[in-house]
Write a protein that binds this ligand. Structure first.
Ligand code: TRP
Length: 337
């Protein structure tokens, strides 16, 4: 069976873009793959985190993964820092990747520029850029390679990190023998891209300028309805799917389509007004999210059960990770204990 691995940052609440663009696909795919999903808390600390917030966000992310339908009996759900083999392999890979390769990573360049206040339009700056932010891709490569993952579902913004992971795996294999599986990126198709409701030219994001454009999956129905009612459209009145000319309306149609199992173009049928399109989209989203919120409430009410699931996931993951790490260390010439 195809081995799949992906990670999600435990920062901020999961929104509709994360759900429709990634998590829902993860849940659908879990039955015909051998899937591993983790909350990447070690990646989160490449920028400064409040300890209590990190702990709560990691727990919340694990509860969210289960609430969206990932079944701990079917796939392996775990917290990255619970499997210490990731950081050990990461060191070995840091010694395989070059400075030049890491320097070319656009995510590092963007994040470093923003932190230092060099980004365009930046009004802040002077934040320190951690060494971990620079070596982040080596840890991500370790996350993937340690599970012999064949396929890695990620957003388009992670494409370059996946390419680097493949290069590192190939280099390691050619130096030390066939140790790692060379993984493929699985980038979702355009249809699943959810845009910001206030600024439909950009992707819905946790760090959007205005929270009005982002819909959290656990928001209450009145807030969700209000956000859709105020979604930015355009000055025409025709409902048609045309992302270039009508980004706002097209985004509503993508969301409505995704929530009701239709293509965006099909979802447009019968609409004459933006108002009804907005309220129907809100209704469809609320109905889609209802069972997810119910499951989350159930988990929140039983913290012992959630802890048990998280501990079992770490054991399952470590059993696989330990084997791969031992193979890599042996190939590199580390003396067995
Ligand atoms: N870097 C990814 C992101 O920001 C998160 C991530 C960490 C990840 N490790 C991973 C994704 C391994 C896929 C596989 O979205």
């Amino acid at each position: 069976m195809t081995r799949v691995l992906s990670g999600i940052q435990p920062t901020g609440d999961v929104h509709l873009g994360n759900y429709l663009g990634a998590l829902r696909q993860w849940a659908i795919g879990q039955h015909d793959s051998d899937a591993f999903y983790c909350a990447v808390d070690l990646h989160a600390v490449t920028v400064r985190q409040d300890p209590a917030e990190l702990r709560a966000a990691t727990l919340g992310t694990m509860a969210t993964l289960i609430s969206v339908g990932l079944d701990p009996e079917v796939c392996t759900l775990f917290v990255q820092s619970h499997v210490p083999q990731h950081t050990e392999l990461s060191w070995l890979l840091e010694c395989t990747v070059s400075l030049g390769e890491l320097r070319r990573m656009t995510q590092f360049k963007d994040k470093a520029a923003r932190a230092e206040g060099r980004a365009e339009g930046s009004d802040q700056g002077g934040d320190h850029v951690s060494a971990g932010l620079f070596t982040y891709p080596a840890l991500m490569a370790a996350d993937i390679l340690i599970y012999d993952a064949d396929r890695v579902p990620v957003g388009d913004d992670q494409r370059q990190h996946l390419e680097l992971t493949r290069d590192v795996a190939q280099r390691f294999n050619s130096r030390y023998g066939e140790v790692f599986v060379v993984p493929e990126a699985a980038i979702p198709t355009v249809g699943a891209r959810v845009m910001d409701l206030q600024n439909p030219q950009s992707k819905m994001s946790k760090s959007a300028e205005s929270p009005q454009g982002t819909v959290g999956i656990f928001e209450d129905r009145a807030d969700i309805a209000r956000k859709f009612a105020r979604a930015v459209t355009d000055s025409e009145s025709e409902v048609r799917y045309d992302p270039d000319a009508k980004p706002g309306v097209s985004n509503l149609l993508s969301i409505l389509g995704a929530a009701t199992g239709r293509s965006p173009a099909d979802a447009a049928a019968g609409y004459r007004q933006y108002g009804t399109l907005k309220s129907d989209t809100a209704e469809a989203v609320i109905a889609m999210l209802e069972p997810i919120a119910a499951k989350k409430a159930e988990l929140d009410a039983d913290p012992a059960e959630l802890s048990r699931i998280i501990a079992a996931g770490a054991d399952k993951a470590a059993a696989v990770a330990g084997g791969t790490l031992a193979r890599a260390k042996d190939a590199m010439g580390f003396l067995p204990k």
